[in-house]
Design a protein around this ligand. Sequence first.
Ligand code: ZN
Length: 77
Amino acid sequence: MANVIGLAVRRPGVDGDTGGGREDRVGPLHAVEGTAGRAAAARSAEVQALCGAWVRVVAVEDVPDDTGLCEACQYGS
Ligand SMILES: [Zn+2]
């Protein structure tokens, strides 16, 4: 099954100072194995990307065109 795309979730107070309390999705994009990614998306859960980062699956149409894929996901395995 084709991979899906995920974005890392930045947690205020955990991943640094973002200046706001909202949950920000931050680039780069990560590739997630298709079956696991779709299951996580159905539960609105986070899933581990190919490179090991925890991400939230997003629809391709929600991804900005200039957002790059993380190098580990792009070139790994
Ligand atoms: Zn990655």
